[in-house]
Design a protein around this ligand. Structure first.
Ligand SMILES: [Fe+2]
Length: 276
């Protein structure tokens, strides 16, 4: 794992340089030109749109709002959050010992959060759920395998199922994604709410979570182990494996010990909390 300072690029020098040029021009000009239209940086556009779109716990963004966020995220590059593909972290083909995932939070409020996950090659974020959440995942760097399930019976809430009990889930995704690629979206009961990330090469993923996890509000993260459907099919639950549809049994497990993440400070471009 790269050091904290090396992982996220700092841009203070560049900002200082731009400032110098602006001052020089200001003294030369005598006539007043109309102000250039303000062009927002992608991260700031994402932040302002998230503030509009996410209405808090118990709500799901409308399809047009989902499209709006996807459109911004689809166009985002590593540089938009202060990253470069040239960072040593992204060039390491292997790490010693069990690879640890690192995370950093760009912004968090009650309605949404913006986070980045850094996975060294072969690192895994095991199967986990997003209760009551809509989540946008944009792979910024690397190649990653994503497996995702939805509950066949989402009405059967987690509270009514003992941890050791197997629940039937429908496989929604089992694909390899390579950056640059489009954004994946999951919803409270569809789109692959329970997913697993496996890094094939070192990866960086930008996640938008609305609302964020909150233990107090009953949105804690649960972990699962999956077993192929056929291994436990006993005839009690009849599922026809239609073309293109696959199923699995999920069992809730304790968070795997080697899945703990390291948190680092976010040092990329900041979002600006304007009042409008
Ligand atoms: Fe996730």
């Amino acid at each position: 794992m790269a050091t904290e300072a090396g992982l996220v690029e700092h841009r203070r020098d560049k900002v200082g340089y731009v400032h110098k040029i602006i001052l020089k021009k200001k003294y030369r000009r005598r006539t007043k030109r109309p102000a250039a239209p303000l062009v927002l940086m992608p991260l700031q556009r994402l932040f302002l749109s998230c503030r509009d779109v996410f209405q808090g716990p118990g709500t799901v963004p409308a399809p047009t709002d989902v499209q709006r966020l996807c459109h911004i995220l689809d166009g985002m590059m590593p540089e938009d959050v202060g990253l470069s593909r040239d960072l040593q972290f992204f060039k390491q083909s292997a790490v010693k010992g069990i690879p640890r995932v690192t995370t950093t939070t760009i912004y968090k409020c009650d309605n949404f959060s913006l986070c980045i996950f850094f996975l060294p090659a072969t690192a895994v974020i095991p199967l986990h759920n997003h209760p009551g959440m809509t989540v946008f995942s944009k792979l910024l760097v690397g190649t990653m395998h994503i497996k995702a399930y939805d509950w066949v019976d989402p009405a059967n809430s987690d509270d009514s199922v003992s941890p050791s009990q197997l629940r039937l889930a429908r496989l929604k995704a089992n694909n390899v994604f390579k950056a640059p690629c489009n954004t994946s979206v999951l919803y409270p009961t569809s789109g692959g709410n329970i997913h697993e990330f496996t890094a094939i090469t070192p990866c960086a993923v930008l996640d938008v979570l609305g609302p964020p996890y909150s233990q107090e509000d009953g949105r804690d993260c649960s972990y699962y182990k999956d077993t192929p459907y056929n291994a436990f099919s006993n005839g009690e639950t009849e599922v026809a494996e239609e073309e293109g549809e696959r199923y699995g049994w999920l069992e809730e497990i304790e968070m795997p010990k080697d899945s703990e993440m390291d948190g680092i400070e976010y040092l990329g471009p900041q979002v600006i909390e304007t009042s409008s």
